[in-house]
Write a protein that binds this ligand. Structure first.
Ligand code: IPE
Ligand code: IPE
Ligand code: MG
Length: 251
């Protein structure tokens, strides 16, 4: 898995630099098979593994995945605990291989709301892989767009109160710099699986001009073929960013 140097001729010409995915439908995938929801989440982790490989193969530089939202705490305790357990397992089992494959792991979301051992694992993943550059894997965990923006506002208000900045210095650029994604480009493409057509609090600020693609397959069934299909649809889109001239899909 080496990113750019593994392009194939059949791949679309305009590959998005940053693809963000709302990995939805694990529960329904399990229900359709008469299995517990946990089985769906486990299968979802496997789909994530394959998708990281596929994204790197296809020359995508940034892959952000929505793994746990700030609203997912409202699920039954047992499911929340299963999801926390799966994140632990994923980092423990997969970190070495991700590192070997040149994946740089980053996380976005509120760390303060997480159990200390989980926060430590996320730190470990980021630190170990900080020097990698084949692909950036951004894990959105305990993430919510509104929460992220509220934390950014709090940060900026603190700077104003401390006399470090002034009100008229607050601009879209300075707000972007206060978000969890300050050093991450905006997603070019947001994909949501499972047929739901909403953002569910994902990258509200950053997705302002992202192309959105909704796919009907449940997340555990998502494969490289689905990713290629999404990239093909993306390549056919015309992005205007408010102007009159199409800038081409990859901007
Ligand atoms: C996505 O699958 C995984 C998380 C939200 C953590 P869901 O668990 O939302 O599955 P559905 O939407 O109930 O099918
Ligand atoms: C969004 O899916 C969150 C993740 C995929 C982690 P949800 O299943 O939580 O979203 P809603 O509740 O259907 O909007
Ligand atoms: Mg869901």
């Amino acid at each position: 898995m080496t990113g750019q140097d593994r392009r194939h001729e059949s791949e679309p010409m305009t590959t998005p630099a940053h693809v963000a995915i709302i990995m939805d439908g694990n529960g329904r995938w399990a229900k359709a098979r008469g299995l517990p929801r946990l089985a769906g989440h486990r299968a979802g982790v496997e789909a994530l593994r394959q998708t990281v490989r596929a994204a790197a193969d296809l020359g995508i530089s940034w892959l952000t995945v929505y793994a746990f939202s700030s609203e997912n705490w409202s699920r039954p305790k047992s499911e929340v605990s299963d999801l926390m357990g799966l994140l632990r397992l994923f980092i423990r089992r997969d970190l070495a291989e991700l590192h070997q494959n040149g994946v740089r792991v980053r996380t976005i979301g509120d760390r303060t709301g997480l159990q200390p051992d989980i926060a430590a694992l996320l730190n470990e993943a980021e630190t170990l892989t900080a020097g990698n550059s084949a692909i950036n894997l951004v894990i959105a965990f305990n993430y919510g767009g509104r929460d992220e923006i509220a934390r950014a506002v709090r940060k900026i208000a603190g700077q104003v109160l401390a006399g470090e900045t002034e009100l008229d210095q607050i601009t879209p650029e300075s707000v972007a710099m206060a978000l969890d994604t300050s050093d991450i480009p905006d997603p070019d493409l947001v994909i949501r699986t499972s047929g739901e057509q909403r953002l569910s609090n994902f990258l509200l600020w950053q997705a302002a001009y992202s192309e959105l693609i909704f796919m009907s397959c449940y997340w555990p069934d998502f494969s490289k073929g689905h990713l290629v299909e999404a990239l093909e649809q993306f390549a056919a889109r015309e992005r205007r960013f408010g102007g009159l001239v199409a800038r081409g899909a990859a901007s």
